[in-house]
Design a protein. Structure first.
Length: 398
């Protein structure tokens, strides 16, 4: 590869990074010059397809299992292998992909068929490029993000730069190699998580016995104490988010479009420190629960924060997150609508659990911690690979 300026004094229109041997200008075209809309319908017996955010076009049966719906599919749109398919209301989030199948999709999707010879891999990556996604967002119609919609008349006018088909294919081959490395790493991370779930479940259900000592019944409140320290964000305790997948993490990592804190200088937030136990009082059923492994921070007051006393943090955290315990916790959920659900701290702390002595907790907790450390290390490598890919793509497209 070589570095090339898109304005290098010779008038060459090219990305910052391209493969050796390619010297031609990239051509400025409209998406409508490359893709026409496909609007064929009336094949309701074909396989149902869906577009995912991260894996492109998938068989719906692979995502949801067997389709037993009785909905009328006569108006569903036909997709052929090689078509670009995107969710018209989620294109601003990158919900697009090249279909590897023939099938049908909901009328909510837009189908694009190539007008000219192209490399599908190149355009699949191009449509995920941050700059182009920003253009999709700007051209989407609607008052709010929940109603933004990008139909063909809007997308066909968006301008893009594209190289020759041979250069498209070279870029596509490189991206495929990077994607294969990322996929391999993701499989490793998923396998480690599955191993941890099985190990922890077997230990906590006592299918695997580490000791013959009896476990005693108690409540979560015997070991967790509510913590409600309010303060402004500081350099020592910055404003952070708490997520199901990332725990305490930077606000910018939580939101695809970044995060602007308008009142961070005046609003009081809840303080949390390393080793605290946290759950989202109104979003617990999607997994917003676990230990603070980041350090000192302040987070939204929708979260319940607890200090852990007299129990091993790793052990007690895993006990609470086991499915039978979570079912007992969710029984206390109050509220009529999903966005208004809430589980109060006093109810959460009253839930019964079974635990062994502190020395055995610590032994089990150390084992869990070792596995989790391996998961975090491999997850960090996966995150770095994905960031590296994103950075490369920024330089490989105009």
């Amino acid at each position: 590869m070589s570095n090339v300026s898109s304005s290098n004094g010779q008038g060459v229109i090219a990305p910052k990074l391209r493969f050796n041997g390619f010297l031609e200008d990239w051509e400025l075209v409209r998406i409508g010059d490359v893709y026409a809309e496909r609007s064929e319908r009336g094949a309701e017996n074909m396989d149902l397809l869906s577009v995912t955010m991260t894996e492109g076009v998938k068989m719906r049966s692979d995502i949801e299992g067997k389709d037993n719906s009785s909905e009328d599919k006569s108006n569903y749109k036909i997709v052929y292998t090689g078509d670009m398919v995107y969710n018209s209301m989620r294109m601003w989030q990158g919900a697009s992909g090249i279909s590897p199948y023939d099938g049908i999709v909901s009328p909510a999707y837009t189908i694009l068929k190539p007008r000219i010879p192209i490399s599908n891999g190149f355009f699949a990556a191009l449509f995920k490029n941050e700059r182009l996604i920003n253009a999709f967002r700007k051209n989407s119609q609607g008052m709010t993000s929940d109603t933004w919609n990008l139909k063909y008349p809007q997308i066909e006018t968006i301008k893009i730069h594209i190289p020759s088909v041979s250069e498209q294919e070279k870029i596509s081959e490189f991206i495929a190699l990077v994607d294969a490395k990322i996929a391999k790493q993701r499989i490793l991370v998923d396998s480690l998580k599955k191993y941890k779930r099985g190990l922890v479940s077997s230990i906590l259900s006592e299918k695997i016995k580490i000791s013959d000592e009896p476990w005693e019944e108690c409540t979560i409140g015997d070991f967790l104490a509510s913590k409600s320290i309010k303060q402004l964000p500081t350099e020592e305790a910055p404003l952070m988010a708490f997520t199901a997948t990332g725990g305490v993490c930077d606000k910018g990592e939580r939101y695809d479009r970044g995060f602007l804190v308008k009142d961070a200088s005046t609003k009081l937030y809840k303080r949390t420190d390393y080793g605290d136990f946290i759950y989202s009082s109104n979003n617990l059923d999607v997994g917003s629960i676990g230990l603070n492994l980041y350090g000192s921070a302040v987070i939204s007051d929708v979260y319940e924060i607890f200090s852990i006393n007299g129990a091993d943090p790793w052990f007690i955290s895993e006990v609470i997150q086991q499915k039978p315990i979570m079912r007992d916790i969710l029984k206390y959920r109050q509220g009529c609508l999903y966005g208004q659900y809430r589980i109060y701290a006093e109810d959460f702390l009253s839930v019964k659990i079974r635990i062994p002595s502190l020395p055995l907790q610590s032994k089990i907790g150390a084992l869990i911690s070792q596995v989790e450390s391996k998961i975090l290390a491999e997850q960090g490598l996966l995150d770095n690979l994905e960031k590296c890919k994103a950075a490369l793509l920024q330089m490989m497209f105009i």
